[in-house]
Design a protein around this ligand. Structure first.
Ligand code: GLU
Length: 555
């Protein structure tokens, strides 16, 4: 039994039997049609918006079928791992509503907490499981150790180049260790030479493998012919092998992942077949694109700050807005559906993988900003103030201190033209804009400027401010009537219409008069409802601002 000897030399330590693993992780008992999907990030500490998108699609497809969505940590590349990466990943995902049903749920320095019966869900804790299946492949002659050094491999590629090989890499007659006599291989192993384990591919470059991608439809690609590495020299599996073993044992029904893996599907199908596993369904999600100079390119971690999910949090886009926007990318029909169903949770949108675009989702910040304005406009003053305060505590501590010194004030401010309004203003697109939006309400932030209407002279403005008497007791009608009276008294028309009919007869119209008052109180030419603003200020502060403006003019 030479193969058994080789397997024993390669894997001297006791390993579980593959049959026992099959029993330990039985088929899931789920209703017909329920899907099992996963999000499988590497703990690099960086979450790309494209990864969030993929995770979101995974979760959505499960929620639509009553299945299971789990999180698996792919930490086989220890070089890329960042301390605390897993915990920060979990937190970023949770902040954007991605909460897996199973998998790693919490980590700290000494401890990883998992949920679910198909674990461990961290690849570094599954070493024996991969080795068990690798050993089974060796026993069947479907995998073999390779002792080639990096130098030998690069010489091989040069030789292939010169000989015009149909494909570069370790395959067929170029695969030197493929037909090494077993005894020789055992000797190499026993003398302590490093080895990797390779699949003994029986693919044929002339043949094609057909498969159906859930997003892209029917696809055909040449069969895999490479004797791909399945275990690295340290015994850790490659992505390809871990994918086959994990998604089989965790009973994943749909592998929804980024399109960068599409080209590897022939290898993956061969690995599933070699291991005796039924392959999952695949859905390859297009990369997130950005338009640039009339063309399209991938959103890049290096060039585009918005490639990082953390950027959206820092800017203060509500998570809900980001998710609503991602829905628009997932389906071109979502926007119409949303208009018809403004208050329905997005999970109820009839979502299918098949309708997703295969050509690349174009990430458009202008569109996100627009969606976000709609999401913020639907918040009450109290809710928006709460969210903005939480944001400020993390990203603008100076503002947070000011808000804390005026408890409840921000909610009052933000209620203006919002609470109870038929068409709430869509003028805030992210919490990061709240500071500027409300700055004139806070004496600490107010920049006293006096932007007067074009035709208004300083003298007329001073006369208006001198004569105007603000009374907090006035309702809106009485308040405006008082301004109109004042306008007429000072030689302004009582309405823009009247002014237009006979411009020579007036200094301006009532709108110009309120513009002066607005400028004095707020320092701005445009604001939400001035009457409501003055009520929030209170009589004394309004009068103070009016006086300051007069002093400014007279100085
Ligand atoms: N760890 C892989 C990645 O981050 C997972 C790909 C997959 O979903 O299978 O690209």
């Amino acid at each position: 039994m030479p193969k058994a000897k080789l397997a024993a030399a390669l894997f001297p330590n006791p390993l579980p039997a593959p049959e026992d693993l099959e029993t330990r992780y039985p088929s899931r008992n789920l209703p017909e049609g329920a899907r099992v999907t996963r999000f499988a990030p590497s703990p690099t500490g960086f979450l790309h918006i494209g990864s969030l998108y993929t995770a979101f699609v995974n979760q959505l497809t499960v929620r639509a079928t009553g299945g299971v969505f789990f999180l698996r940590i792919e930490d086989t590349d220890k070089k890329r791992e960042v301390e605390g990466g897993v915990q920060s990943l979990l937190e970023s995902l949770a902040a954007f509503g991605i909460v897996p049903d199973e998998g790693t749920v919490r980590t700290d320095v000494s401890h990883t907490e998992e949920q679910g019966a198909y674990g461990p869900y961290t690849q570094s804790a599954r070493r024996d499981i991969y080795q068990a299946f690798a050993k089974a492949l060796v026993l069947q002659g479907l995998a073999y150790p390779c002792f080639c050094t990096e130098d030998e491999l690069s010489t091989l590629r040069d030789e292939q180049g010169q000989a015009g090989a149909i494909q570069k890499g370790y395959w067929g007659k170029w695969a030197r260790c493929r037909d090494l006599p077993v005894d020789e291989a055992i000797q190499h192993v026993q003398s302590g030479e490093p080895w990797v384990l390779r699949l003994r591919s029986n693919g044929n470059a002339e043949k094609r493998v057909p498969f159906t991608d859930e997003v892209r439809g029917k696809i055909e690609m040449p069969e895999n012919i490479l004797d791909a590495v399945i275990l690295k020299t340290d015994g850790v599996p490659t992505y390809h092998f871990a994918h086959a073993v994990d998604d089989h044992l965790m009973r994943t029904t749909h592998v929804i992942r980024s399109e960068e893996w599409l080209a590897s599907v022939p290898l993956h199908l061969e690995l599933f077949r070699a291991c005796g596993f039924k392959p999952p369904k695949y859905a390859h999600i297009s990369a997130m694109m950005k338009s640039e100079d009339g063309g399209k390119r991938k959103l890049s971690k290096r060039k585009d700050p918005e490639a990082a999910v953390s950027w959206f949090a820092r800017q203060g886009y509500p998570a809900d807005a980001v998710l609503e926007y991602l829905m628009c990318l997932i389906s071109s029909q979502f926007e119409d559906w949303r208009k018809a169903n403004p208050a329905v949770p997005r999970e109820s949108f009839p979502f299918t993988l098949k309708k997703m675009s295969a050509s690349g989702a174009l990430f458009d910040l202008v569109k996100l900003t627009d969606v976000s304005k709609g999401v913020i406009a639907a918040m009450s003053g109290t809710v928006l103030a709460g969210q903005a305060t939480v944001w400020a505590r993390e990203f603008d501590p100076q503002l947070a201190d000011i808000l804390a010194a005026h408890d409840g004030y921000l909610a009052q401010i933000l209620a203006i033209d919002r609470d109870g309004a038929k068409k709430p203003r869509k003028d805030i697109s992210r919490y990061g804009e709240v500071r500027e939006y409300v700055s004139y309400f806070f004496d600490e932030l107010f920049k006293s400027e006096l932007p007067l209407p074009d035709e208004m002279t300083q003298e007329n403005a001073a006369a208006i401010l001198d004569a105007y008497e603000y009374s907090a007791g006035d309702d809106k009608d009485a308040w405006f009537a008082r301004i109109r009276e004042l306008a007429v008294r000072l030689g302004f028309a009582a309405s823009p219409k009247e002014y237009k009919e006979n411009p020579g007869a007036f200094k301006g119209h009532v709108g110009d008069v309120s513009a002066v008052i607005r400028a004095a109180v707020t320092g701005r030419p445009n604001t939400p409802d001035l009457w409501a603003i003055c009520r929030v200020f209170g009589e004394e502060r309004v009068r103070g601002r009016l006086r300051n403006a007069i002093d400014r003019i007279k100085k």
